[in-house]
Design a protein around this ligand. Structure first.
Ligand code: PDD
Length: 281
């Protein structure tokens, strides 16, 4: 049996429900977080909890639970689902109210939903060993991609376009011609000179928790790093390319828009960073 948690109660996953006038459902007026779970432990717990607080703060949604309270619920959810390896998904919306665009005048209680699902990390390892293909698509999102909201329609369309093109991820390109990030991952390249590049953490990208951890790993490995935007052409001409996220860790990219990167094999820095990250996790 699979369990979910909704507004203070554990229930069967199939019976879990929220109100039709929930503002998350009506307006995407909600934030979310995703933690990987490895050997029953939340990965990068601190980073994801801090970003959750920041996202809620940016949208002026009151924090409905303390971190220890949320951790207790997550722990129980994992226990009930007998989940040791996979991910935890948390969504908090502003709450339920009559449908009017502005915030409700009288305070409402935020809606909390927690689910978890198993992931096959062995298959993910195999994918990382082979490397993946990405395509580029125009970035059609709003101007505050640093807030982790459930407003993900452009990301959904980008990922679908990638799958229909036989690729795994779509790297979005802003109006100035620079790659922002993937539909659910941050984008990285290694230049011919061996410098690691990833876009600066501005409002154009989600400030990936894995991204921050990989920057630390790179520093420990003594790699030269620059946080700046790069173009699809720089990516095609790169020595290596890879992406990062909570669930894919570090995954090498071996082609961009059907253009093979370097020799078409996962790069050595991407593989070293994946190893270093997982060794510390
Ligand atoms: N995605 N960029 C976007 C747009 C994302 O949605 C994500 C995460 C990332 C990587 O962030 P992090 O390293 O903190 O996971 C970057 C999650 C996993 C998801 O939507 O399922």
């Amino acid at each position: 049996m699979r369990y979910a948690y909704v507004n203070g109660r554990f229930c069967r996953h199939g019976d879990a429900a929220i109100h039709i006038e929930d503002r998350g459902f009506q307006f995407a007026d909600a934030v979310y977080e995703v933690w990987s779970v490895r050997n029953s432990q939340l990965m990068d717990a601190d980073g994801h909890f801090s970003r959750l607080s920041r996202s809620l703060g940016e949208l002026r949604i009151p924090e409905p639970r303390t971190r220890p309270a949320l951790e207790r619920v997550i722990c129980e959810l994992l226990r009930r689902n007998r989940l040791r390896n996979g991910l935890v998904y948390l969504q908090i919306s502003r709450g339920q109210a009559r449908r009017d665009h502005a915030f409700p005048k009288t305070p409402i209680t935020p809606t909390i939903v927690l689910t978890c699902k198993r992931l096959d990390f062995v298959a993910a390892d195999a994918r990382a060993e082979a490397g993946i293909a990405v395509i580029t698509v125009p970035d059609q999102r709003w101007a505050r991609c640093d807030i982790k909201t459930v407003n993900l329609l452009p990301n959904v369309l980008a990922k679908q376009a990638a799958q229909e093109a036989g690729a795994v991820e779509a790297w979005q390109v802003d109006a100035a011609g620079f790659i922002t990030e993937g539909s659910s991952t941050n984008a990285w390249i290694v230049t011919k000179a061996g410098k690691l590049l990833t876009r600066q953490a501005d409002h154009g990208i989600l400030h990936g928790i894995t991204r921050a951890r990989i920057l630390e790993c790179a520093q420990k490995l003594g790699l030269e790093v620059e946080e700046r935007a790069f173009t699809p052409q720089e990516a095609r001409e790169a020595r290596e390319a890879f992406l990062t996220s909570a669930t894919s860790f570090v995954t090498p990219v071996v082609s961009i828009d059907n253009h093979v990167i370097a020799n078409g094999q996962p790069g050595s820095l991407a593989s070293a960073l994946r190893e270093a990250y997982l060794a510390e996790a």
